[in-house]
Ligand binder design. Structure first.
Ligand SMILES: Nc1nc2c(c(=O)[nH]1)N[C@H]1C(S)=C(S)[C@@H](COP(=O)(O)O)O[C@H]1N2
Ligand SMILES: [Mo]
Length: 329
């Protein structure tokens, strides 16, 4: 399989979009680096910060000491500043625990320790991992990704985790495997669900799906941490999917099972409302959602001040076309 390693799209037109002063500061910075004998091959974006110091609580969650994890230089700059953690962790979608954005106190009922992740289906090496197995086996890194919900709000998040393809490579899917089904934790005794849930036959557990090729893409990521810290339960602890070129609902939380299958799996939102939530669900400003345009997005800010959030144009594939457009040619 071919992996693309190039720049996200928003960096390509940097000179057009960067404020003049920032542009000249960057030039000066590069000149200084070269003057100091640092070769031009050093990526200027990577030179500023290359590691993240890890919060001791994340180390306890993972059962060992890490000190720092490397910041992946290709994803060190999302072209926007990271969203304030206080906003990102208090404005969530997590329907197992309710249908409001303020679901985070309810989500604290999610039991995360011990955790078992089953990898099965059309694979040569089925396996069940606990969290410690996963993070010992697959090296952790930090990536700062753009995030875009289908509800037209967006944020920028520094995740800690590992590429999904590490699990794929360890599992060795057979040639019959075409899709991957990801299942979230669900226990009706623990998860109250949305208030209207009693009236609908909601298709629990929350399931999402990718093609095998999408899972193998370098961007597809499993997060176990965020902002250098343990993933809070409202973000889908202890391990959740991050697929930044797709709408947020594709990134299922609290993953307990990964199955390689030959048919496109039935997924949660696609089962409830197929006309609103496609299976592919790539970020695309030209394809409006039935209830709202996707041409622009609002950057998550002070959650009490929702209508003052900054508006930006939506970028095709959320800016990651150089990594993923080839999947859809
Ligand atoms: N299991 C599960 N995963 C889920 C959801 C959910 O309700 N349940 N909501 C999705 C939606 S719509 C979005 S926008 C993101 C939100 O992630 P965040 O709350 O960590 O920002 O999680 C996605 N993953
Ligand atoms: Mo979403």
């Amino acid at each position: 399989m071919v992996f693309f390693h190039s720049k996200p799209n928003w960096q390509l037109s940097e000179q057009q979009v960067t404020a003049e002063t920032a542009f000249w500061n960057r030039r000066r910075f590069m000149k200084t680096m070269m003057g100091a004998g640092v070769g031009i091959a050093v990526a200027p974006l990577a030179a500023c910060q290359t590691t993240r110091t890890i919060d001791p609580k994340l180390e306890r969650t993972l059962g060992r000491s890490l000190g720092t994890v490397p910041l992946n230089a290709a994803f060190a700059d999302a072209g926007r500043l990271p969203t304030d953690q206080a906003y990102a962790s208090s404005y969530n979608n997590y329907y197992e625990f309710g249908s409001t954005k303020g679901v985070w106190p309810n989500a604290q009922a999610l039991p995360t320790d011990p955790w078992r992740l089953e990898v099965s289906g059309l694979v040569k090496n089925p396996q069940t991992y606990d969290l410690d197995d996963l993070t010992r086996r697959f090296p952790l890194e930090e990536r700062i990704y753009r995030f875009r919900c289908v509800e037209a709000w967006a944020m920028v998040v520094p995740w800690i985790g590992f590429p999904m393809r590490y699990i794929l490579e360890a599992a060795e899917p057979t040639s019959a495997a075409k899709f991957v089904r990801f299942t979230s934790y669900y226990d009706a005794q623990v998860c109250p669900g949305p208030a209207y849930g009693f009236a609908l036959n909601l298709p629990w557990p929350y399931v999402e799906g990718l093609t095998v090729a999408e899972m193998a893409n370098d961007l597809a990521f499993f997060a176990v941490g965020i902002y250098g810290r343990t993933l809070p339960k409202q973000h889908g602890a202890p391990i959740r999917m991050v697929v930044p070129w797709k709408y947020g609902f594709k990134g299922a939380k609290a993953i307990v099972k990964i199955e390689f299958v030959d048919q496109q799996p039935a997924t949660y939102w696609n089962t409830i409302a197929p006309n609103e939530y496609g299976f592919e669900a790539n970020v695309n400003p030209a394809v409006p959602h039935p209830r709202w345009s996707q041409a622009t997005e609002r950057l998550l800010g002070e959650t009490t001040n929702l209508f003052n959030w900054e508006t930006q144009p939506t970028v095709i594939y959320n800016g990651y076309g150089d990594y993923v457009a080839n999947l859809y040619a």
